[in-house]
Design a protein around this ligand. Structure first.
Ligand code: SER
Length: 468
């Protein structure tokens, strides 16, 4: 069968979920509506939090969508073959309806029959249990997986590994089903020990795809395993069995046992075309191709820069669609940072003049087919982004020159503040730039910079008061 594209996969997923009795709900914006605890929608479940905690959803107990997400905490990892700050998460939920017995075979059917992935290359992980809090090992999920693998004629051996570190020290022996501890506990923020009281979470089972063409890199540990970061295994998604809520001294059961499936659309699409590089899929490659055309350079030679630009401008486009404009605080600042970082990387590609008017339409066109709001706001997005590009380009060269003057002295938060205040360099970008140029950066740059910012605010308040 010809490989499905990312657009096909999104459609096939939503159709399949509808057939299974799910109501397809629209994506929530990247800016959470009623959740001040976080700047961005960073996972499929986030907009559904009240319902996972027990409220009745107006559309029922079986829901599915494709949710746009932004995870800025991954920004430094963008540049490898699979990390992006912006991504689409295919999601389906059972709000106290079906559980493991129905959901695991469902995701298996989706991945193997609907997308056509090779069962031989699918590996999974399950929760090894938390005796301290009385949460048992997830034998049930492992048993379901073992049956599905066996029926497909694939080995179904199991191994207990515990932590990720332990897995990389001893390996999993290539076992199909590996039990991990922390890695298979899912909650927002990631760690069970750091969950605030009231936060929901639970054990999860995760699906990975093996790319045998990628050799294990021992820099990531002696042995490769499902959760190894070398890129040989890529996580396609997870099914969270969200049935607990954090209390002062442990966990209590939620009123209902939920399932929260999240699948990375780009990663599943990359698996479908057997490419360990997600930037080769139909949602990203046209942006890369446009960058090649505009710069006259090749993706093979400029891999990291092109990946960063493609990722950041996609994120910035959706932020603009969702009503954010670049600025100095909160979400607006993150948007500014993404855009300015993209411009900085483009500068090194030889794209030293404004190029957003050429590339933003490419991005808008890719997404307008599924997200009509992208097409509707395309001109506005174009204007917002182009304005930000222009204003940063006016000072980019001077700022880079200024930074080079600190070569001997190194920089502290003070110099980083000057670059921010005079040339509009987001502080993280300057720190990164300095390090890339071999310029020493003080350990406390962040605190020093914050101190300068606070002092400037105090000065401007004082002058406002004096003038009134
Ligand atoms: N299962 C999702 C995730 O992995 C949450 O919706 O982020």
């Amino acid at each position: 069968m010809t490989a499905l594209t990312a657009d096909d996969i999104r459609r096939v997923f939503l159709d399949f979920m509808a057939e299974q009795g799910h109501v397809i709900i629209p994506r929530a914006p990247l800016i959470p509506r009623d959740d001040p605890t976080t700047l961005f929608t960073g996972s499929g479940m986030q907009p559904l939090l009240p319902y996972l905690l027990g409220a009745e959803h107006p559309a029922g107990r079986r829901l599915a969508d494709s949710q746009t997400c932004l995870r800025v905490q991954d920004i430094d990892e963008v540049g490898d073959n699979r990390h992006t700050t912006f991504f689409e998460m295919l999601g389906n939920w059972s709000l106290g309806d079906y559980f493991k017995q129905e959901q695991i075979p469902q995701v298996w059917t989706f991945l193997t029959e609907k997308v056509g992935l090779d069962p031989n290359r699918i590996y999974v992980s399950c929760f090894s249990g938390d005796p301290e809090h009385g949460i048992p090992k997830d034998e049930e999920s492992a048993g379901i997986w073992a049956r599905l693998f066996t029926e497909a004629g694939v080995s179904a051996d199991q191994v207990e590994v515990g932590t990720e570190e332990h897995a990389s020290e001893v390996g999993t022996g290539g076992a199909r089903i590996a039990f991990y501890s922390d890695k298979n506990w899912w909650c927002r923020g990631g760690k069970a020990s750091e969950m605030p009281v009231g936060e929901p979470g639970g054990p999860d089972t995760e699906m990975f795809y093996l790319f045998p063409q990628v050799e294990h890199d021992p820099a990531y540990g002696e042995h490769c395993h499902q959760n190894c970061d070398c890129g040989r295994f890529i996580e396609l998604g997870n099914s969270v069995f969200m049935e607990y809520r954090r209390t002062e001294d442990g966990f209590e059961p939620l009123p209902r046992r939920n399932v929260d499936y999240g699948g990375g659309l780009a990663r599943i699409a990359a698996a479908a075309i057997d490419s360990p590089d997600v930037f080769r899929i139909g949602l990203l490659h046209p942006i890369i191709a446009k960058l090649e055309e505009l710069s006259g350079r090749s993706y093979d030679d400029e891999t990291r820069a092109m990946r960063v630009i493609a990722d950041h401008l996609r994120g910035a486009t959706f932020l603009a669609v969702d009503g954010v404009q670049p600025g100095n605080k909160g979400q607006a600042y993150v948007m500014r940072r993404l855009i300015r970082r993209a411009v900085r990387f483009a500068f090194d590609l030889g794209l030293q003049e404004n190029f957003f008017p050429e590339i933003i339409p490419t991005i808008a066109q890719i997404y307008a087919a599924h997200y009509p709001e992208v097409g509707e706001h395309a001109e506005f997005v174009q204007r917002v982004l182009a304005k930000e590009e222009q204003s940063f380009r006016r000072t980019l060269r001077k700022g880079l020159k200024q930074l080079r003057e600190y070569r001997e002295s190194g920089v502290t938060g003070h110099e980083l503040f000057v670059l921010y205040d005079t040339y509009g360099f987001p502080v993280e970008l300057s720190a990164e730039e300095a390090l890339a140029q071999g310029i020493a950066v003080s350990d406390d740059w962040r605190a020093e910079f914050d101190g300068e910012m606070a002092a400037q605010r105090a000065r401007s308040q004082q002058s406002t008061t004096l003038h009134v």
